[in-house]
Design a protein around this ligand. Structure first.
Ligand SMILES: *Cc1c(COP(=O)(O)O)cnc(C)c1O
Length: 222
C-alpha cells in the first residue's frame, strides 16, 4: 500500500511538473491537494508516510473522525474543505480545516466570518463558481462572482484568496477553466482551484494554483 500510494503521488507530481512546463503561463506554484474523501485510513496514512501534507475532504463529519488523530502524529497537515458546508457545521469546520474552498452563498460567508473571528482563525477561503450554471450544483453564477467576492472582502470581512470550480461532467473542462481564470483575474485573486484526476493537466494549462486529485493518488473510492 505504502509503495503504491508513494509512487502514485510521485507520478501525479511528475505530471504536474510536465503540465507546467508545457503551459504558456502556468502558476508559479501548483499545490497538489490529495482528496482523501471516502478513502480507507491506511491509504491516507501511506500518503502521510510518503511525506504528503496537503489533503482535501468533502464532509466535515468524515474529516472530524480521522484528521485530529493524524495531526497528532504528522506535523504540518493542511486540510482543505472541498464540499458544501451547512451553517450548523461552520464552527467545527473552522476549527478543523485550514482552507475553505466552497464558499457558495452569502449566508455561509457571514457565518464563516463570524466563526473565524470568534476562534481567532482567519482561514483562506475560495469562492465556488458554478461555471456551468448547473441547477443541482452549488456555487455563484459567473456573472455574479465579482460582486460576491467584493461583498465577502469589503462587507463581510472574509479572507477570500481565490476561486474554485467543478466543471459539468459531460462538457469539455477547458472552457470552464478558462472562464474561472478570467473571473479570478478580474477579481484580482491569486488562487485558482481547478482540475481533478481526469483533467488536472488541462487545468494547469489555464493557470490552476491548486489541483484536487483523489483517485489518481489513492485509487478508487470504496
Ligand atoms: C471527489 C472530488 C475531487 C477528486 O476527484 P477525483 O476524480 O477522484 O480526482 C475533486 N474535487 C472535488 C470537489 C471532489 O468532490
Amino acid at each position: 500500500m505504502t509503495t503504491t500510494i508513494a509512487s502514485n503521488l510521485a507520478a501525479v507530481k511528475e505530471s504536474i511538473g510536465k503540465a507546467r512546463e508545457a503551459a504558456l503561463s502556468p502558476a508559479d506554484d501548483v499545490e497538489l491537494v490529495a482528496i482523501s474523501k471516502q478513502q480507507p485510513e491506511d491509504r491516507i496514512r501511506a500518503a502521510l508516510d510518503a511525506g504528503h501534507r496537503v489533503f482535501g475532504e468533502n464532509r466535515v463529519q468524515e474529516a472530524a473522525g480521522r484528521w485530529p488523530g493524524f495531526r497528532e502524529t504528522f506535523a504540518g497537515v493542511q486540510l482543505h474543505l472541498i464540499g458544501p458546508l451547512q451553517s450548523n457545521k461552520a464552527r467545527e469546520a473552522v476549527a478543523l480545516f485550514d482552507v475553505i474552498e466552497t464558499v457558495d452563498r452569502e449566508k455561509i460567508a457571514r457565518v464563516l466570518a463570524k466563526e473565524m473571528a470568534s476562534q481567532d482563525r482567519a482561514l483562506p477561503c475560495l469562492v465556488q463558481v458554478n461555471t456551468g450554471k448547473e441547477p443541482q450544483k452549488s456555487g455563484i453564477d459567473p456573472e455574479e462572482t465579482e460582486g460576491f467576492v467584493r461583498l465577502c472582502q469589503n462587507d463581510i470581512g472574509l479572507p477570500v484568496k481565490g476561486l474554485m470550480c467543478i466543471p459539468p461532467i459531460d462538457e469539455e473542462p477547458a472552457m470552464h477553466f478558462a472562464l474561472l481564470a478570467e473571473l479570478g483575474k478580474g477579481c484580482g485573486l491569486p488562487w485558482l482551484s481547478m482540475g481533478m484526476s481526469g483533467d488536472f493537466e488541462t487545468a494547469i494549462r489555464f493557470g490552476a494554483t491548486h489541483v484536487r486529485v483523489g483517485t489518481a493518488v489513492f485509487g478508487d473510492r470504496g
